[in-house]
Design a binder for this molecule. Sequence first.
Ligand code: TYD
Ligand code: MG
Length: 465
Amino acid sequence: MARTRTVYRCTDCGADAPQWAGQCSGCHAWNTLVEELDGPAVGRVSVLTPTTVPVPIGEVDPTEFAPRPTGIGELDRVLGGGLVPGSVTLLGGEPGIGKSTVLLQAAAEVAAAGGTVLYLSGEESPQQIRLRAERLGALHPRLYLASEVALPQVVGAIEHVQPDLVVVDSVQTLVDPDLASAPGSVAQVRECSHRLVREAKERGCAVVLVGHVTKEGGLAGPRVLEHVVDTVLAFEGDRHHALRLLRVVKHRFGSTQELGLFEMTEKGLVGVPDPSGMFLADRRAGIPGSVVVPTLEGNRPLLVELQVLTSISALPSPRRSATGIDTGRLGMVLAVLHQRVGVLTAQLDVYALAVGGVKVAEPGADLALALAVASSITGRTLPDDLVACGEVGLGGELRQVAHTPRRLSEAARLGFKRAVVPFSAPEPPDGIEAVRVGTLLDAVVRLGLIAEPPIPIHRRRTQER
Ligand code: TYD
Ligand code: MG
């Protein structure tokens, strides 16, 4: 086969250039040229005997893709049982979140279960990894380490060890020496991962690639990486909290609705079987501005306490601070409270917080957030055994959210007795009573946060003057 050569191709129009340039000479787009290896030109596709003979669908062996457990319960839950031999999984996450830790733990478990594992690290030396493995209790004779980064050596190491599982930490450190661009560049990441996908498929070993994410939260390197691999996992969490969430962004072998929860401890990552219990463990009763919302993360119901604190602002434009809560939703809830309920926040600093380092971005938390704001302003507390769950519309009306019964079952399990829900919400499960309300105003009055429906806003203003 003729030697490949390097070209720079525009990702928009496909024009190639012999050298990299900031602007494409074909379509004049900026920053679209990406290094590629150009193979010998293929004129017509010639007809050859296929390497895999087409078979009737019923004769395909379904057990070939049976997942093999990694031994880390929360990881297996997210993967739908474990890693499929021959599959490639990308684990993305911010630096320091625990990607290397969880994979080293998984590698040791796989080795302990009789598999052979190759852990390739371009980020840490084998000595560093060994020290960490000692702390994690992850030393095992069938767990091999190598600090190769060049693609031919990486493939050589795989050939040498013949592993069942290969961990590449990280894909951004890999280099294909045939390419001129630096490690971590779009071209390098793409070529190297393509090659590893081929190795995985040919050898039937599972490959896990670690990928760093950018500040914006996307995977550094090309989006194309997400298309190449079978599974994309995202490891998230607040670095100041011990909780880590493992989500499935893409999964060719199962559901993307699962969520894994870990706690970072001195012994590495430990699965959290009862996250709601953990979130509510330090909750103090009788504080204004606190409301518990049953949210849903994937398939997993989570009970999270929302806290709001309001205070008179000394600033010309009062502060709006939201931690773990979407700032846009907080703004919307404040506007609806103002216009439809008559709860005024314009002169107040508002601090809103989802307790425990978890992010609550779904509309189902609107009602709880609004009640927390109203409770903080009036100084009146809500009952301790109450949860609230519903979406707030711009008209102040409430709408039910998906899977309300599942959310309320979790609330009932944790001892909550009442749930404020929209009129249309389905019957609650046993052990929890529904407090049905049609609007946010209804809810606020019904819960005794304001004594009676207040004066409509346009009249209130003239009276105040
Ligand atoms: P690491 O797995 O190196 O993160 P990543 O590979 O995603 O960059 O985890 C780094 C952090 O985890 C580090 O700040 C220390 C902490 N950590 C623990 O708290 N306990 C442990 O047992 C380990 C190994 C790490
Ligand atoms: Mg790491």
